[in-house]
Design a protein around this ligand. Structure first.
Ligand code: VGL
Ligand code: ZN
Length: 198
């Protein structure tokens, strides 16, 4: 099997001090760097929103961060403004070894649709192109690490399993937002999809 490491959204805005800080988000960086040498390919994802993105609470008058809104594609959590294209917050954590990356996948650039998953936008239909990239390289096994366990790691892992990849999530090299039970729901959903969480 050809095995890729997918490093999800290890960006300043998801680390302590960032706009959408995940507790302990920076703690996973050394362990992720240490893992990179064990894989045939390393792929990084980068949350990459235009200013005024529809997933930002600031784009919805009267609504607050961490509330929800109904979108044509389903319920969307509203977030603080984060990972704005070209901003310091959207940059990878300084300690992350980006030199080893074969490919960087940006997502969330469509103003009208969020994209938690590295494979599809939140309509579960519009592709990012990652599946085509992995297929043409003959990659059939994925290990995922990064931020956040219950959103972008979870959506990416479940989509990958549905697409037929053998998927492992290294929980010790992920950190969660955990909003209203989202972490427990994500763990159940990943198990149901056949994702190996270890
Ligand atoms: C993420 C919320 C909004 C993530 C990205 O990387 O998990 N979460 N945008
Ligand atoms: Zn985002």
């Amino acid at each position: 099997m050809t095995h890729a490491l997918i490093v999800i959204d290890v960006q300043n805005d998801f680390c302590p001090g960032g706009a959408l800080a995940v507790a302990g988000g920076d703690e996973i960086v050394p362990g992720i760097n240490a893992l990179m040498g064990d894989f045939d390919a390393v792929i990084l994802t980068q949350d990459w929103h235009p200013a005024g993105h529809s997933s930002f609470a600031s784009s919805h008058a009267g609504l607050d961060p961490f509330g929800t809104v109904e979108m044509p594609y389903g319920t969307q959590v509203l977030w603080p403004d984060h990972c704005i294209q070209g901003s310091a917050g959207a940059a990878f954590h300084d300690g992350l070894n980006t030199d080893r990356a074969d490919m960087i996948v940006r997502k969330g650039y469509n103003p009208q649709i969020d994209s938690y998953s590295a494979f599809f936008e939140n309509d579960h239909e519009t592709p990012t192109g990652l599946h085509g990239y992995l297929q043409t390289r003959g990659i059939d096994r994925l290990t995922m690490v990064g931020l956040a366990t219950d959103f972008c790691v979870n959506f990416s892992a479940v989509d990958a399993a549905r697409l037929g990849y053998a998927v492992t999530v290294r929980d010790g090299l992920c950190r969660a937002i955990d909003l209203d039970g989202s972490l427990a729901a994500a763990m159940d959903g990943m198990a149901a999809a056949g994702v190996q969480v270890e």
